[in-house]
Design a protein around this ligand. Structure first.
Ligand code: AHZ
Length: 305
């Protein structure tokens, strides 16, 4: 009988236990704190509310249309454009960190304001982020306003799932007429990926997808993952390596060079600078947003053919 009770649908349990009047609006709670109570819950309901959905998502997205690796400013911009323009495509975002957003929570160093050079102001208008117009560039009062706004829009899309605290630790490949094409990603919990050396083997998980978009940032503990892997698998000969800072050259180059680097793998954002030997731009983010727009456009070409 106990087991039968546990497997009752969550909605029925909630109805059965939901006794007494509960406030319907926040203002109805004002001045009522002495008699205040939450609706009752059993702990297993919380566990099941989370795990059931997560495992359904893992099951559903094991075959995705597109995997975006990295939820920094470029990856989120890519996801926003693709997810809104093609609600029919199933898009998984894999982010190694617990907190998505990459380097776009601050404008540079510890400073709040985020600079975007025109014409990237068009992207800010598209997602509804206010800015101050300074002529050739615009300034968002806090980088977190850009990042939280685009993240909220992306996370609300029914066809997009963000798996954070999850790392891409390899690429799935298939022989093809072009040599090898990328056909998905190999994932693991980031904490596991970080401990392969001191824990016994824990094998990874996989997501099949006809198209992968890598936006893992420039080289670092996690960054530039896919392009480094392309070298070690002999798919590209060597990396150009990111060059010194030149804002004007860097931003144009990143947007122009956003492309399908090998069949099935589009690279965008600062990860590209490692392949092409492009300059870095430092704290100006227009190229990240517009590289995302271009990566999405390149992806849509793949799905149109
Ligand atoms: O956690 C990383 C970050 O959120 C994530 N990532 C990296 N490797 C991963 C892996 N699996 C899953 N193997 C991974 N996720 O990718 C995200 C990259 O975000 P980012 O902000 O570092 O890169 P971006 O290209 O979107 O933006 C770059 C912003 C920069 S760097 C820079 C400079 O150094 O001059 N200037 C700008 C504007």
């Amino acid at each position: 009988q106990h087991t039968a009770e546990l497997v009752k649908p969550v909605s029925k349990l909630a109805v059965a236990q939901n006794q007494g009047p509960l406030a319907k609006t926040v203002s109805e709670m004002h001045g009522q704190w002495d008699s205040f109570t939450f609706a009752p819950i059993r702990e297993s309901q919380v566990s099941r509310a989370m795990t059931r959905r997560y495992f359904e998502d893992l099951d559903n997205y094991a075959e995705s249309d597109i995997v975006i690796i990295g939820a920094g400013s470029c990856g989120l911009s890519t996801a926003y454009v693709l997810g809104t323009q093609r609600p029919d495509l199933k898009i998984a975002i894999i982010e190694a960190s617990v907190s998505p957003g990459g380097g776009a929570w601050l404008g540079g160093q510890l400073f709040s304001a985020m600079v975007m050079r025109k014409p990237a102001d068009a992207f800010l208008r598209e997602i509804g982020v206010p800015y101050e117009d300074e002529g050739n560039y615009v300034v968002v009062k806090h980088a977190a306003l850009f990042t939280s706004t685009i993240m909220a829009k992306v996370l609300q899309l029914p066809n997009v799932k963000l798996f954070n605290a999850t790392c891409v630790e390899d690429l799935i490949t298939r022989p093809s007429s072009e040599g090898v094409r990328i056909a998905g990603v190999v994932t693991n919990w980031t904490l596991v990926s970080m401990h392969h050396d001191d824990q016994s083997c824990m094998d990874p998980n996989t997501i099949n997808a006809p198209l992968v978009i890598s936006t893992t940032g420039h080289d670092g503990p996690m960054g530039a993952f896919c392009v480094k892997r392309l070298v070690s698998m002999g798919r590209i000969e060597k990396l150009g390596g990111m060059r010194g800072l030149d804002m004007n050259r860097a931003e144009d180059a990143i947007v122009k060079n956003t492309r399908e680097v090998v069949p099935g793998l589009i690279v965008g954002g600062m990860e590209l600078s490692e392949i092409d030997g492009a300059n870095r731009m430092g704290p100006t983010f227009g190229a990240m947003a517009l590289s995302g727009v271009k990566a999405a456009e390149e992806a849509l070409k793949v799905f149109e053919t």
